[in-house]
Ligand binder design. Structure first.
Ligand code: HEM
Ligand code: HEM
Length: 191
């Protein structure tokens, strides 16, 4: 399998990045919803689950940088639908997914005081940049954190991202089982 994309199919690098990030999303969602549903702040289980969430989020941030570079430096296979409206819908939903994959780790990082030092990542609240923002704009951590949390948790994490992922997976299944084109197959490993 070629490592670069062609006009017909995705190469191994694009596939590996797609599925690695999808895997990170599954772990990030499972761990944070476990923390919210079955634990309370201060419990060891809560700490572990949220740390898993933060770790997969930070790994996603690294992977998305590589993915965006790879996407911009190569070609993308042609979308396999002929209907112009569906083509535009695919482009918009892919762009929205890319935007969420970038914004979600950023707002997660900017909006939590939870420890991420074990990854060599200083909590944003403890950085010189936040100290500067805080004194220059006279803004407390609580006032700063609220809009970040709102975007991360209330807008994207619990709503928009869910919708986009459901539409995305639904479209992949429609391609495979209803329109019977090669869209899903060309994103699978080993093809
Ligand atoms: C793949 C990227 C990420 C996704 C998809 C994601 C998604 C989510 C979701 C769905 C929630 C719960 C929303 C709700 O309240 O219903 C959440 C909460 C949270 N996220 Fe993320 N997140 C990501 C990255 C990050 C990163 C990088 C950090 C921090 C560095 C972070 C820190 C947090 C924290 C602290 C919470 C609150 C957990 C609690 O309730 O104690 N997230 N995130
Ligand atoms: C079971 C889950 C998933 C399936 C079956 C799936 C399937 C696919 C398929 C078949 C494609 C190729 C579409 C085409 O050729 O036009 C694709 C592309 C894409 N997927 Fe997924 N996907 C899944 C999960 C995810 C997740 C969780 C995300 C991000 C949060 C995501 C983001 C994307 C993006 C941005 C593209 C466009 C790639 C590009 O054009 O560079 N996918 N997906």
């Amino acid at each position: 399998m070629a490592y670069r994309n062609s006009t017909e199919t995705f190469g191994s690098v694009a596939k590996a990045l797609h599925w690695a990030i999808a895997g990170c999303f599954v772990i990030a969602y499972t761990s944070v919803y476990y923390a919210i549903a079955y634990t309370v702040d201060g419990q060891v289980a809560n700490d572990i689950a949220v740390q898993i969430h933060i770790t997969t989020g930070i790994v996603t941030a690294g992977l998305i940088l590589v993915r965006v570079y790879w996407r911009l430096s190569g070609i993308r296979p042609e979308v396999l639908v002929t209907n112009a409206n569906l083509k535009i819908a695919a482009q918009i939903s892919h762009a929205a997914l890319y935007a969420c994959m970038i914004v979600q780790p950023i707002t997660g990082y900017l909006g939590t005081f939870r420890d991420a030092d074990y990854l060599g990542v200083t909590n944003f609240g403890d950085t010189a940049l936040f100290a500067w923002i805080s004194t220059t704009f006279d803004i407390s951590w609580e006032a700063w954190e609220a809009p970040m949390d709102f975007i991360h948790r209330s807008v994207l994490g619990s709503k928009l991202l869910w919708m986009l992922i459901l539409v995305h997976v639904g479209a992949a299944l429609m391609h495979h089982f209803v329109w019977r084109d090669g869209t899903l197959v060309r994103m699978l490993p080993r093809r």
